[in-house]
Design a protein around this ligand. Structure first.
Ligand SMILES: Cc1cc2nc3c(=O)[nH]c(=O)nc-3n(C[C@H](O)[C@H](O)[C@H](O)COP(=O)(O)OP(=O)(O)OC[C@H]3O[C@@H](n4cnc5c(N)ncnc54)[C@H](O)[C@@H]3O)c2cc1C
Length: 402
């Protein structure tokens, strides 16, 4: 394989990799699930063990460029394979295609200098390091509205000084570096005024204040609050150009929110399968639950949610593969899939009765894991707001109002 695998040109290769990934998840990853007991994300030893197994099975790093040791899948290929990986919460960790590293790899691939690529991307792609992406801040800083960014990067002799506070930063604990978004302009407008900086874990100017208590625990290192205080980095730490951080954030966010959709769709499918097994085996009122009309309604609604999610992911993947920014397509997909996945898991819990909410079964946990997806990568309401504004603008143009 010496170039990116296009799903159109090489659908057999992609289908084969997806099938091998499904088998790997079934035979190796799912049996390891009972060992995933850490409070703040899967522990690094189990992650490393599963990554070794994924290398041996030839399914490691599906999205990573071929010259960095991966399979070089395009976005449509990722849609097929990431869904299979997501069938277990540990699957994306095993394949090194989990957030936030997967999004950071893509960002570095597009924006990093050759030296940054060697120093940060290569070990990340190989699974030797982890990383994090620090944008969100406590009020009154950036949250759903990224233009409220308060963390600053100020020019100093020989580099930049970063000051500010970040929170909910996934994987900060144990990360080799953080990609920090900081304000470098007086005003943030038209995607300008902020800059991304690469800050090494060993830099004494930043620290993890605390790993936060959250409802989910699927991400290594959990989610942390960070403090940057007089944190000095050299000029080489600038990722891309000064002032263009928000443009690069779009480079990261559009595909990253879509790959989240792919992985969580896999987990929704798993939840549906567990519910289907339950209603086939469990009898009530003289018949298996699956023969009762209202249970069938829940099942059918979940089938529709899964299939519409897959279709919207595919449409956005096609747009990204065509080189379009796909802001609209990824936003529509994210808003739909985040809600749909939550509905599917919730219905699976309902169909499974008390076992559904028991922490002795997996479904109660899945509910806690998928719930934050309605908030990160843009809360549903923020996406709906943007989608509605685009529709209104488009109609106004068509009417000649603007
Ligand atoms: C598990 C998890 C992991 C995360 N990981 C990271 C990470 O690695 N790096 C990082 O930088 N951030 C991360 N985040 C932060 C995440 O991106 C933010 O939580 C998100 O952007 C929302 O910001 P906020 O929490 O400050 O909510 P706020 O900005 O306070 O928004 C609160 C609510 O307001 C509503 N709202 C927002 N916009 C609109 C609108 N236009 N119209 C109507 N209502 C609206 C929504 O319901 C929203 O949930 C993570 C969050 C979670 C929960």
């Amino acid at each position: 394989m010496d170039g990116p695998v296009s799903t159109v040109e090489a659908s057999d290769a992609v289908a084969e990799l997806a099938a091998r990934t499904a088998a790997f998840v079934r035979d190796v990853v799912i049996p390891a699930e009972p060992r995933d007991r850490s409070e703040h994300g899967v522990d690094d030893a189990l992650r490393a063990e599963l990554q070794d197994a994924a290398r041996a099975a030839g399914v490691f790093a599906p999205q990573v460029p071929v010259d960095l040791g991966g399979h070089g899948l395009d976005v449509r290929g990722q849609a097929r394979v990431f869904e299979e990986a997501g069938y277990s919460l540990l699957g994306p960790q095993a394949l090194n295609c989990a957030a936030p590293d997967e999004g950071n790899m893509h960002l570095l691939e597009v924006v990093a200098t050759p030296a940054q690529r060697e120093r940060y991307l290569r070990p990340l792609a190989a699974g030797e390091t982890r990383s994090c992406f620090a944008m969100t801040e406590p009020p009154p800083g950036a949250g759903a509205d990224p233009s409220m960014l308060r963390t600053t990067a100020t020019r100093v002799d020989g580099g930049w000084r970063i000051d500010g506070r970040k929170r909910f930063i996934t994987g900060a604990e144990g990360a080799a570096f953080v990609i920090c978004m900081a304000r470098t302009g007086e005003r943030i407008e038209r995607d300008e005024g902020a800059t991304m900086l690469l800050v090494d874990a060993g830099n004494p100017g930043w620290r993890i204040e605390r790993v936060m208590e959250m409802s989910d625990r699927a991400f290594p290192g959990g989610h942390a609050e960070l403090v940057f205080e007089n944190c000095v980095v050299p000029d080489e730490a600038i990722l891309g150009e000064v002032g263009l951080g928000y443009r690069y954030a779009q480079v990261r966010l559009a595909p990253a929110r879509l790959t989240h959709c792919m992985r969580w769709l896999g987990l929704a499918r798993r939840a549906q399968d567990l519910a289907l097994d339950y209603v086939a085996d469990r009898e009530a009122f003289g018949a298996p639950l699956g023969e009762l009309g209202m249970a069938q309604k829940l099942i059918a609604e979940s089938v529709i949610d899964i299939e519409t999610s897959r279709a919207l992911i595919w449409r956005a993947a096609c747009a990204l593969d065509a080189g379009e920014p796909a802001r609209h397509e990824t936003s529509v997909a994210k808003a739909h899939v985040a809600e749909a996945v939550n509905r599917v898991v919730d219905r699976a819990v309902q169909l499974s009765g008390g076992w559904g909410v028991s922490t002795e079964g997996p479904l109660g946990r899945y509910l806690a894991e998928v719930r934050p997806f309605r908030i990160y990568d843009g809360p549903t309401e923020t996406h709906l707001w943007a989608i509605a504004r685009r529709a209104l603008r488009k109609r106004a143009r068509a009417r000649g109002d603007v």
